[in-house]
Design a protein around this ligand. Sequence first.
Ligand code: TXA
Ligand code: MG
Length: 318
Amino acid sequence: MPSLKADSEQIEICADLLENGSLVVFPTETVYGLGADATNGQSVAAIYAAKQRPEFNPLICHVADLDAAMAIGDFNTSALQLAKAFWPGPLTLVVPRHKDCPVVPLASAGLDTLAIRVPAHPIAQALLRAFGKPIVAPSANISGQLSPTNCQHVLKSFPDLPVLDGGTTQVGLESTIIGCLEAGVIWLRAGGLSRQDIEQVISDPLIEIEADSDSEPRLAPGRLARHYAPNARLELNCKTIPPENLLLAFGAIDFSHPSALINLSPSEDLQEAAANLFSALHQLDGLAQAGQTISVMPIPNSGLGEAINDRLTRAANS
Ligand code: TXA
Ligand code: MG
């Protein structure tokens, strides 16, 4: 599919595509983003499938303005200072999720924090306003490739997706990511906004998170991002299920199970299973009595199954 001229008609068409669950690529002032409706689990799962990354990385929610951001996240004083100083612009803030936040858990990989950004690019702004809901968007490249700063880059990874053409992006680097959490103001990723700019606005010192052993140590705030873990014990690849265990099922079930059960996808659809994964874990964990185990049925390791199994393995080992 050729790139689309980003006039108001195409922007409306792209907003409708998002509404219908499809993915749309759009320019921001940093890099092009692979966008999906942040409130639609299947669409968010489709992003992970398209990126071909074998794990679920939490995604950035894009919104049109600070009001829209405050409807999905809780902003403390530092967050407000930074948002007012630098939005719209190349800054992402990680804040606690708002209690009524409609963004699906898969978008933030089950975390209770959310990365939020108000992009300045006029096409991104127009799309957000036409769509009227948060759009999650990682950089529009297949995992392991460079972030795209023009349509040609995007089309190398995604030749078949609609791409709103905004020419070459101005900043060319991803957004700077800052956590504004109870622990303080945390420097998570270097990007289009400098450390000095940030430090001029906040009254607290910036907290450094040590680089860990991730492949992108500086870029991936893995430490913070990997906190989600259920309290209940998880047993993976269970073929026989003790009746007293809670059950995270996958596929058709031809037996009755006396304890609580959630089926990730009765039809063995891995995209549906991914969309349901984190909310199912949260729900079962909430139901689990002290010492009760969650049995997880085997899930194939192909496609999105790899990321699902990666998450379940981490959850089981935590
Ligand atoms: O400039 C940008 O930020 C671009 C444009 C499209 O907005 N987006 C982008 O997204 O770079 P992505 O998915 O490539 O990088 C998002 C980063 C990841 O490193 C992820 O770990 C971090 O944001 N992140 C997202 N949610 C988080 C959270 N709740 N806590 C900590 N880190 C988070
Ligand atoms: Mg990226």
